[in-house]
Ligand binder design. Structure first.
Ligand code: PLP
Length: 400
C-alpha cells in the first residue's frame, strides 16, 4: 500500500517525524483538505433554514454525508446517524439521555470493561450516581483480555447497559464484541460499542455487530477534529429524550411548550459542524476506496514487525503478551519512565504517545503510571517501524 502520497502532511515540511501516534489522531488526506477548502470556497451557507441556492446545496451535501456514513456503518437508515463532535460526545449523549428515558433505574447495573477509555467510564459513572445504578467493571484475564467468564457471571436481570470498546486504546487488543453483545442482549441489556480504535481499521457493520449504539470520532478516521458519529437503533433513539436544545431540534416552540423534530434532527441542536460532517464522509469514502482488506494486510504487517522487534529488546514488556494486536501496541519497561522514553524518541524524530492513555483504572490495576504506545495507520511504511525500533533501542540504552 502506498497511501503516503495521498497525505500532504508528509511532504509539507522537511523535518516531519516518523508519526506513530495514530491512535491519538490521524493525518488528513488531500481529498479531505481539498473538500474543506472547496466547501468554504463554493458552498458555505447555513443548512436547513435557507430559501437560497447555497443553503439548499449545503443542506443536500450535509444529508448526502449522513447517507454515506450510514452506508459505511451498514446502518438500516440514515435517520439513525447522528453527527457529534466525536466519540466522547456520542457516549455522553447516550448516558445523559438515558437518565430521563426510564430505560435505567435505581439498582440497575451498567457494565464497562476494565480497559475502557475514560470517555467510556466517566459518563456511566455520573449516570450511575444520578439514578442510583451500579457501575461494575468487568475484569481482565491475567493476559489482559476481556474476561468473558467473569462477564457472563456478572450478567443478570439488573444489567441494563454494557458499554465496551471494540479495540482497547491502551492495549490494542480486540474484544469479542459480537459474543459480548449477544450475551448482553440475552440478558436483556443494551450495548454501546466504542469504535474509536476500530472504525479506521476494520469494517463496521452495525447490523452484524448487533449492538444498540456505536460511537466513533472523525479525527481518528482521517477526518477533521470536532467530528464524529453516534449511530443508534431507531426505536431506541425515538425513546431517548432530546439532549442539547435550541434551534433545529424543534418542531414547534411557544412559551408554553415545545415539540421536537424527528430523527436525526432531534439530537442536533444548533448549527452543526457542516463542513466537518461533509468532510468526514469524504474521509470515510477514502477509507472505502483503499479497502479494508488492503488496510488490514498493510497494518498487520507493520504491527507484527513492531511487536517482534520490540519483543526482542531486553526488559521490554508488551502489554497483552504475544496476542494479536489491532493497530497499536503498548510497552512497559520496568525502571524506565515512559515519559523519558517518549521525550528521547521525540528528539530522535519519532512521535509516539506515552502516559495513561485515558485509562487510569487499567494502569492502576497493572501497578504502572503509563506505557509507551506505538500506533500505525495506512500511510506508515516498514521503514518507519525500523527507525522507531532503532530509536527505541538507543533510548533504552541511554536510560537503563
Ligand atoms: N474511546 C477510545 C477507545 C479512544 O481511544 C478515544 C480517544 O483516544 C476515545 C474514546 C475518545 O475519543 P475523542 O477524544 O475523539 O472523543
Amino acid at each position: 500500500m502506498n497511501a503516503r502520497a495521498d497525505f500532504p502532511f508528509f511532504s509539507a515540511v522537511d523535518d516531519v517525524p516518523v508519526y506513530l501516534d495514530n491512535a491519538a489522531t490521524t493525518q488528513k488526506p488531500a481529498c479531505v483538505l481539498d473538500a474543506v477548502r472547496n466547501f468554504y470556497e463554493r458552498t458555505n451557507a447555513n443548512i436547513h433554514r435557507g430559501a437560497h441556492r447555497l443553503s439548499r446545496e449545503a443542506t443536500d451535501a450535509h444529508e448526502a454525508a449522513r447517507s454515506s456514513v450510514a452506508q459505511f456503518l451498514h446502518a438500516p437508515s440514515a435517520r439513525e446517524v447522528l453527527f457529534t463532535s466525536g466519540c466522547t460526545e456520542g457516549i455522553n449523549l447516550v448516558a445523559q439521555t438515558l437518565v430521563y428515558s426510564g430505560l435505567l433505574k435505581a439498582g440497575d447495573d451498567i457494565l464497562v470493561s476494565s480497559d475502557a477509555h475514560h470517555s467510556n467510564i466517566v459518563p456511566w459513572q455520573i449516570l450511575a450516581e444520578r439514578v442510583g445504578a451500579n457501575l461494575r467493571p468487568v475484569p481482565l484475564t491475567p493476559d489482559l483480555h476481556f474476561d468473558m467468564q467473569a462477564f457472563l457471571s456478572m450478567l443478570n436481570r439488573k444489567t441494563r447497559m454494557v458499554a465496551i470498546p471494540v479495540v482497547s486504546n491502551a492495549l490494542g487488543l480486540r474484544l469479542p464484541v459480537e459474543d459480548i453483545t449477544k450475551a448482553a442482549h440475552d440478558a436483556g441489556a443494551l450495548v454501546l460499542l466504542d469504535g474509536a480504535q476500530s472504525a479506521a481499521h476494520e469494517p463496521t457493520d452495525v447490523q452484524t455487530l448487533g449492538c444498540d449504539f456505536f460511537a466513533f470520532s472523525g479525527h481518528k478516521v482521517y477526518a477533521p477534529t470536532g467530528t464524529g458519529v453516534l449511530w443508534g437503533r431507531q426505536e431506541l433513539l425515538e425513546m431517548l429524550p432530546p439532549w442539547k436544545t435550541g434551534g433545529e431540534m424543534i418542531h414547534e416552540v411557544s412559551f408554553e411548550r415545545t415539540s421536537f423534530n424527528q430523527l436525526p434532527f432531534k439530537f442536533e441542536a444548533g448549527t452543526p459542524n457542516i463542513c466537518g460532517d461533509i468532510t468526514l464522509a469524504v474521509a470515510l469514502n477514502y477509507i472505502r476506496h483503499l479497502g479494508f482488506s488492503a488496510i488490514h494486510a498493510h497494518e498487520q504487517s507493520l504491527i507484527s514487525e513492531l511487536c517482534s522487534g520490540l519483543g526482542q529488546l531486553p526488559h521490554v514488556q508488551l502489554l497483552g503478551g504475544a496476542s494479536a494486536r489491532a493497530s497499536l501496541v503498548s510497552v512497559h519497561v520496568p525502571g524506565v519512565h515512559h515519559y523519558d522514553l517518549g521525550t528521547l524518541l521525540d528528539q530522535m524524530g519519532i512521535a509516539v504517545r506515552t502516559g495513561h492513555h485515558c485509562c487510569q483504572p487499567l494502569m492502576q490495576s497493572l501497578g504502572i503510571t503509563g506505557t509507551t504506545r506505538f500506533s500505525v495507520a495506512v500511510y506508515n511504511h516498514a521503514s518507519d517501524i525500523e527507525r522507531a525500533l532503532q530509536a527505541f533501542d538507543k533510548a533504552l540504552s541511554m536510560l537503563r
